[in-house]
Design a protein around this ligand. Structure first.
Ligand code: MN
Length: 328
């Protein structure tokens, strides 16, 4: 892949934190530097930020909308925040901090860690929504349950954006099919809302501040320049110091080999049980892939689609099934 728009390392709109030499004339936002390292916003962003209508006098000090609600281009952005690691996860708190001041936030997240939940909805029991002292709503269900309930029953407004994360670990290649982080974003997308899934590529939260900085830049960009079309973005942020990031790249999904085998063990009573094994090794990490970007310390942004139809197989399948149908 070259550096053409949409494929190569994004040179202009996605200002690269810590790469001030590539962004002469841009200002470091010192106001935010203590939270997530250096932020470099373009002059347009500064203009918008200067004209925002902060309403701290209206902001509640408690409750789910206790954060400042600011107006971008005359419109307050309402952001639904979720994750799959649970409402107590450090990545969720970090994401809320990253979005501080970018809009009105509502957090609806699973009560417990639901990593690997994929797009599952809980259909065999009713679900409860409770509110934590910090204002977050939490649900005894899956990430998809959370966003589904928020979109269809809990919120009295339609969010402008759904953001999910920051996940404890990467979601690249086929991981996206299993990911609860991506699923929460997917649920928003299914209801017609632009949605972004954010993942830090290594488990353990080291360099979470890097993901915070990237999240703030991405969502800030969305506030200044909303997506031209409805999108579902899968973003993977290398777990490296902010200064080590090499930029952002729009990518396609890479591929893994099939997963490692299950691990068979037994209960104290002698019954066999199985642990699902780890993911397979990477098989496609070409430069244009998410794996390739992250390997180069580049933030990977993959636009996803949900139509699973294999269009290339349609004609062959019609031939194959044609004789079958004729024999019925
Ligand atoms: Mn997770």
């Amino acid at each position: 892949m070259g550096d053409e728009p949409g494929h190569g390392t994004v040179p202009a709109d996605c200002a690269v934190p810590g790469k001030s030499e590539r962004h002469a004339g841009r200002e470091v936002d010192s106001e935010r530097s203590e939270r997530g390292g250096r932020f470099i916003l373009d002059s347009g962003a500064e203009r918008v930020r200067d004209s925002t209508l902060a309403c701290p006098q209206n902001a509640k000090t408690t409750g789910y909308n206790r954060w400042d609600s600011r107006v971008f281009n005359g419109k307050a952005m309402r952001i639904l925040v979720s994750n799959d690691d649970g409402y107590n996860a450090p990545g969720l708190e970090a994401l809320v901090g990253a979005l501080d001041g970018l809009g009105q936030l509502t957090v609806v997240a699973p009560e417990t860690n639901c990593s690997g939940a994929s797009n599952s909805l809980t259909l065999n029991r009713p679900l409860s929504v409770r509110q934590a002292p910090n204002g977050y709503y939490y649900v005894n269900g899956t990430p998809s349950d959370c966003v589904h309930i928020a979109m269809t029953g809990l919120l009295d407004f339609r969010p402008d954006l759904v953001v999910s994360g920051i996940n404890n670990g990467a979601n690249m290649g086929e991981d996206t099919l299993y990911s609860g982080t991506v699923a929460a974003a997917t649920e928003g997308f299914l209801f017609g809302v632009p949605s972004i899934a954010l993942s830090l590529t290594e488990k353990g939260w080291e360099h979470l501040d890097t993901a915070v900085a990237v999240a703030r830049q991405l969502i800030g960009q969305q506030a200044r320049r909303p997506f031209a079309r409805k999108v579902l973005l899968n973003v993977n942020i290398p777990a490296v110091p902010l200064q080590a990031l090499q930029g952002m790249r729009v990518t396609r999904l890479g591929k893994r080999h099939p997963s490692e085998p299950v691990v068979k063990t037994s209960t104290p009573y002698g019954d066999p049980v199985y642990w699902i094994g780890p993911v397979g090794h990477v098989s496609d990490s070409a430069e244009g892939t998410d794996f390739g970007a992250v390997a180069d310390n580049i933030v990977s942004i993959t636009p996803l689609r949900l139509d699973l139809t294999d269009y290339g197989s349609l004609d062959d399948m019609r031939d194959w099934a044609g004789t079958l149908c004729a024999s019925l």
